[in-house]
Design a protein around this ligand. Structure first.
Ligand SMILES: Cc1cc2nc3c(=O)[nH]c(=O)nc-3n(C[C@H](O)[C@H](O)[C@H](O)COP(=O)(O)OP(=O)(O)OC[C@H]3O[C@@H](n4cnc5c(N)ncnc54)[C@H](O)[C@@H]3O)c2cc1C
Ligand SMILES: C=CC1=C(C)c2cc3[nH]c(cc4nc(cc5[nH]c(cc1n2)c(C)c5CCC(=O)O)C(CCC(=O)O)=C4C)c(C)c3C=C
Length: 478
């Protein structure tokens, strides 16, 4: 009977604990212990009910419904009994149609339909269709990896790279598209070029030929989401509801949760591992690390210096988040998810989310301004004051949206090293790290959003994959 320890109580660590208890027979796993360094579970998923009654999200606020990873989270939500708490947003809702960017101080809607792709809409000097045709004509370049910006610039032209991919990289990775990896972050686009010589040809081929047979896709919850055309979803009382439900679930299933003592070292003890956290020690037959890779590097240093060095090579970005609430509901005149600011704009702001356009709150407008990211230190220094962050956010809303009201509630937070940067070569770094673990026969799995995708869905799916691999190691057939 194996003893399993999960490191890190973010969504990935909680999901790993849930899957160990639901996918593996209790006859094979004697105990599961989850060790979280801080005093709360959830990691970056944090929904705050402000004294004034408004709901503010510090980190993620919506989950994507599409794809295998999206379907997997929907099934998890169903299994946790959360179906009745889901707040879904279907395609066609203004927040899914209106993707805006800010160029030269003004907001522009990105083309979102065939008819808008046929027209020339500012800031583009040509219809988007011209860029799509460029992809069909462009030579295939055989390469292992390159930056998102260089790939899109080469295949679709400078304007798509500058006004679509650059702001998107800031709004999903808080990162610099000129350094982020196309192979890790837009795997299918890279594969389409390598296999079909063109992104458009590859995408068409996929539409007509590929049908995923993944079992989660046939789950009634996923069928319902498909039927109702859900684009993204969240939960009543905020995204942290998922964390609370996972916590209840794993506690009920007997998982031993230890809060408040960061893991500082893993050391080998025969075929087992000794985990040191605070002044405590525990031993395990297998460890699933759901720590950010920088933390995994520091706790694994004892097991393999090369592994620690690889994990340390993955950089992180810091984001300042300012939530602002106003006592009226009509402050945003163009309903949208929000807007993103490309890096060519002289701005500290990465983008602004119009929270109450997606999920209204009675007589309130709630907006979130996100700043810094890859550029955080050069823009703000290491420790910007709360006043500086708040005034930057208020100035942004005044100059771009014309909001001169003073917010009735606000919250500023610096999320240090909150989002891993999958730079060019990331896939190879992760593969090498996992190869080293295999070569040294270390009973360790790497999960969480540092490796196989930065979103919540990816983090949950990586936890499930780690548990499925553990089943194989333990000789269990799933
Ligand atoms: C501003 C922002 C907006 C985002 N928006 C979205 C979105 O809209 N949709 C989406 O899908 N995703 C979004 N994300 C990404 C999402 O937040 C992550 O994918 C997800 O939270 C990662 O979960 P995780 O469990 O892998 O890691 P984490 O949340 O980082 O959890 C790791 C845990 O490990 C703990 N820990 C660290 N060191 C130690 C140690 N030594 N010992 C023990 N415990 C330790 C930490 O305290 C933490 O609880 C956003 C992220 C940010 C920062
Ligand atoms: C429109 C403004 C947006 C800002 C500002 C923004 C900031 C921001 N986002 C992340 C990380 C993620 N965001 C994700 C999804 C997502 N983000 C936006 C918009 C803004 N994000 C939208 C519309 C969506 C929905 C998904 C979509 O349809 O594309 C995700 C999940 C991605 C996934 O594949 O599941 C992450 C991760 C950070 C770090 C950040 C800070 C600046």
């Amino acid at each position: 009977m194996a003893k399993v320890v999960v490191l890190g109580g973010g969504v990935a660590g909680l999901a790993a604990s849930h899957y160990i208890r639901t996918l593996l027979p209790s006859s094979a796993v004697a105990s599961v212990c989850l060790i979280e360094g801080s005093l709360r579970l959830g990691g970056w998923m944090q929904s705050v009910q402000h004294d004034s009654g408004v709901l503010l999200e510090a980190g993620p606020r919506t989950l994507r419904a599409a794809g295998t990873a999206g379907a997997n989270t929907l099934v998890l939500a169903h299994d946790l009994g959360l179906e009745g708490k889901i707040r879904s947003v279907s395609y066609g809702h203004p927040t899914t149609m209106n993707r805006m960017i800010k160029v030269n101080g003004a907001l522009h809607r990105l083309p979102s339909s065939l008819s808008t792709a046929l027209k020339k809409t500012p800031p583009f000097t040509k219809p988007l269709l011209v860029a799509l045709l460029q992809d069909l004509r462009s030579e295939k370049v055989c390469n292992c990896d390159e930056s998102l910006y260089s790939f899109v610039n080469r295949r679709f032209g400078r304007e798509v790279a500058t006004y679509v991919i650059d702001p998107l990289a800031r709004g999903v990775f808080a990162g610099n598209a000129r350094e982020l990896s196309v192979k890790s972050l837009a795997k299918s686009l890279h594969a389409y070029e390598q296999r079909h010589g063109s992104v458009i040809k590859g995408a068409c081929f996929d539409v007509f030929t590929q049908r995923s047979r993944d079992s989660v896709l046939t789950h009634p919850m996923v069928k319902k989401a498909r039927k109702e055309k859900w684009a993204v979803w969240s939960l009543q009382e905020g995204i942290e509801t998922l964390i609370k439900a996972l916590e209840r679930d794993v506690v009920d299933r007997g998982v031993d949760i230890r809060l408040g003592h960061p893991v500082n070292k893993l050391s080998q003890n025969g075929r087992c591992l000794k985990i040191s956290f605070g002044s405590n020690e525990i031993s395990a037959d297998h460890v699933i690390s759901c720590l950010p890779c920088s933390q995994a590097a520091s706790v694994c240093g004892n097991l393999s210096k090369d592994l620690a060095q690889l994990l340390n090579a993955i950089p992180f970005a810091t984001v300042a988040v300012v939530n602002l609430a106003y006592d009226r509901s009509d402050l945003v005149t163009q309903p949208a998810f929000g807007y993103l600011v490309p890096s060519c704009e002289p701005s500290k702001v990465l983008g602004v989310i119009f929270d109450t356009c997606t999920f209204p709150q009675a007589n309130k407008t709630v907006l979130t301004v996100m700043m810094g990211g890859y550029w955080f230190n050069s823009l703000f220094g290491t420790h910007p004051s709360e006043e500086k962050l708040l005034s930057t956010a208020i100035d942004e809303l005044r100059s771009t949206l014309g909001i001169s009201d003073h917010p009735s509630a606000w919250r500023t937070q610096v999320l240090r090293a909150c989002i891993p940067q999958y730079v060019v070569g990331h896939t190879e770094v992760v593969a090498s790290a996992r190869r080293l673990i295999d070569q040294h026969k270390l009973p360790v799995s790497l999960a969480g959003n540092s490796y196989d995708g930065v979103g919540v869905n990816d983090a949950i799916l990586s936890a499930k994959a780690a548990v499925q691999n553990l089943a194989t190691t333990l000789g269990i057939k799933l």
